[in-house]
Design a protein around this ligand. Structure first.
Ligand SMILES: [Ca+2]
Ligand SMILES: [Ca+2]
Ligand SMILES: [Ca+2]
Ligand SMILES: [Zn+2]
Length: 369
């Protein structure tokens, strides 16, 4: 029923992976459909695909509104995503298929608060003779202050040197201890893959391009923000900021040095995750989660196979360990056991616990390619 270089009309029901509508494309196919509500997902199964295929897909919306296109592997793991918003301009994604697959899933959906929307998606396949290369990453953690820097489109004339007492006076004199602890915890999160984490002040910082995470200032709406979601780490020179003073909100729990360092480290690793192409999930144990309560954020999180957050795609998973391996190279070390994590007296979900608004772990969706 698919026509190369022709248009294919979606047919309901096609609302889950098992009910995906079959699409075959030896080179190119155009799919037209409509998402009628946040509960209408349009699933297409595309394939088979050989190795060394480049898949390029694009989605466009003819009217006001937003439609997203997610590409999943046969195990329902997200490989790529793009969204078209308020525009006739198609938004594209590119995906290298490293090994032959029986099929891929394409899912068209609208974000949670979206409006019904028609869309057209095009898929192009091209053979490519050079494999995609891994993109290792050097990341510097800057606790030393900075002048005139731009992160995620926001300009900072001055970021003062980090002083832990700016979070809460209880940390006066504990700055170095907390900085060392953040460094160790972030390094542990990335252990085994080709992401090197250094303090910017470390004389042993290797030469070469790097991304940088600044620590300082406050933002009423954010714990941290990254330049954007950078699929497969296309850009190795980006920035993020952790708004350390916003962490005063944890003071209600009287966290000790290690607990506040853990919250800072979780957010740091999360923002670096965006710079390496990862998106939001719905699993409080996962670093890329955006549903953990404040208490949970003060104990260890790690990269894991996790359910996607509905704002990314209403179904499927993100396999962060696999995506990081494919992106930068190496194999992530085994996650910590629950017993060895830093849970102490805090517990989780106590009566005075509170939710961290999703936006507080923001990436700039509008900057996504
Ligand atoms: Ca539909
Ligand atoms: Ca549907
Ligand atoms: Ca990057
Ligand atoms: Zn985020």
């Amino acid at each position: 029923m698919a026509l190369d270089d022709g248009a294919l009309e979606e047919q309901e029901p096609n609302d889950d992976f098992a009910a995906g509508m079959a699409v075959t494309a030896s080179r190119s196919v155009r799919i037209e459909g409509r998402v009628d509500s946040p509960d209408d997902y349009d699933v297409f199964t595309l394939g088979p695909l050989g190795d060394n295929n480049y898949l390029q897909a694009a989605i466009e919306t003819p009217v006001e509104g937003e439609t997203c296109l997610c590409v999943f592997d046969p195990y329902q793991r997200l490989l790529a995503r793009t969204c078209a918003k308020n525009s006739h301009q198609p938004r594209a994604l590119t995906l290298f298929v490293p090994e032959p697959v029986e099929h891929l899933f394409l899912v068209a959906s609208i974000p949670q608060a979206g409006v019904p929307n028609a869309y057209a998606a095009t898929v192009d396949l091209t053979r490519n003779n050079h494999g995609r290369t891994r993109r290792p990453q050097l990341v510097l953690l800057s606790f030393d202050g900075a002048e005139s820097v731009t992160v995620a489109g926001r300009h900072f004339s001055v970021i003062p040197p980090f002083d832990a007492a700016s979070i809460d006076s209880r940390y006066a004199g504990r700055t170095n201890v907390i900085v060392r602890s953040v460094l160790e915890k972030v390094r542990a999160d990335y252990e085994g893959i080709d992401v090197q984490i250094y303090l910017a002040s470390d004389p042993a910082v290797p030469p070469g391009p790097h991304s940088i995470v600044y620590f300082g200032t406050a933002n009423p709406d954010l714990l941290g923000v990254a330049d954007g979601v950078d699929p497969f780490n296309d850009n190795v020179s980006e920035a993020a900021i952790v708004y350390t003073e916003t962490f005063h909100l944890f003071s209600a729990f009287e966290p000790d040095d290690q607990e506040i360092a853990q919250a800072l480290a979780n957010v740091t690793t999360h923002e670096i995750g965006h710079l390496l192409g990862l998106r939001h999930t719905h699993d409080p144990d996962d670093i890329m989660d955006v549903t953990a309560t404040a208490r949970r954020l003060m104990s260890d999180q790690w990269f894991k196979h996790a359910r996607l957050h509905a704002s990314v795609c209403p179904m499927g998973y993100q396999d962060s360990p696999a995506m990081l391996s494919w992106t930068v190279g190496g194999t992530l070390a085994a996650p910590p056991s629950k017993e060895s994590s830093t849970h102490r007296h805090l517990g989780v979900d106590g009566p005075d616990d509170f939710d961290i608004p999703r936006a507080w772990l923001g990436s700039h969706c509008s900057l996504e390619p």
